[in-house]
Design a protein around this ligand. Structure first.
Ligand SMILES: O=C(O)CCC(=O)C(=O)O
Length: 204
């Protein structure tokens, strides 16, 4: 479904078996030798999501990407699995974009977690200028996601992102403001959840 130029929502793109498999792979990574953690952002506030970056680490204090988690424990970011890359690159291609994802931010939401409205603009200027998309996969509990325009002032519209949905934000929609205002607890398909995992794939 095309929502706006460059903004595509592929509902139920992953079937329940794929959602369960991916959920399990994410849990294994999150509980692995380089575990998920709760970042503290500039100004000292703790985020309400758990985060694990794959491929490259997003430093919550500098808002820059780096190979090791220098704002947390100094460990190297785990590799981005090739099977994850393929899911994202294929969805991007189906939306008409050529994308070579080299990093992914995995966020884990509990009932209380939120993501404030923001732009994804920490990737390379060339990537952003070329409109190379952000590709998101939602798993587990559904979320009320809001998406606005290219300035913070513009109104946002709500979208419910359910387990298995993929969202592609590229071209003229690459820098749209967006956030997560609520988690719909108890809606996760069996074999996923509790909670919500969101994967956002990016090309640095
Ligand atoms: O959880 C989501 O659907 C959005 C995540 C997000 O905005 C981000 O990782 O930048």
């Amino acid at each position: 479904m095309i929502l706006e130029p460059g903004l595509f929502l592929f509902q139920a793109r992953l079937n329940v078996a794929m959602q369960r498999q991916l959920w399990m792979e994410c849990r294994v990574l999150a509980d692995g030798p380089v575990p998920m953690y709760t970042p503290t952002v500039r100004g000292g506030r703790k985020m309400s999501v758990g985060m694990l970056c794959l491929g490259k680490h997003w430093n919550a204090l500098t808002y820059e990407y780096e190979s090791m988690r220098s704002d947390h424990d100094g460990l190297d970011a785990p590799e981005l699995p090739q099977s994850f890359v393929e899911l994202a690159a294929t969805a991007a291609a189906d939306a008409g974009f050529v994308m070579r994802p080299d990093l992914c931010i995995m966020n884990y939401y509990t009932a209380e977690s939120r993501m404030g409205v923001h732009q994804d603009k920490d990737e390379r200027a060339e990537t952003i200028a070329a409109g190379i998309p952000i590709v998101s996969i939602s798993l587990g509990d559904a979320a009320r996601f809001v998406i606005g325009g290219l300035t913070r002032k513009e109104p946002t519209r709500p979208l419910i992102l359910r387990s298995g949905d993929m969202l592609v934000m590229g071209g003229p929609s690459r820098l749209r403001f967006h956030g997560v205002t609520r988690i719909q607890t108890g809606t996760a398909p069996e074999g996923t959840g509790p909670g919500r995992i969101n994967l956002t794939f990016r090309q640095w």
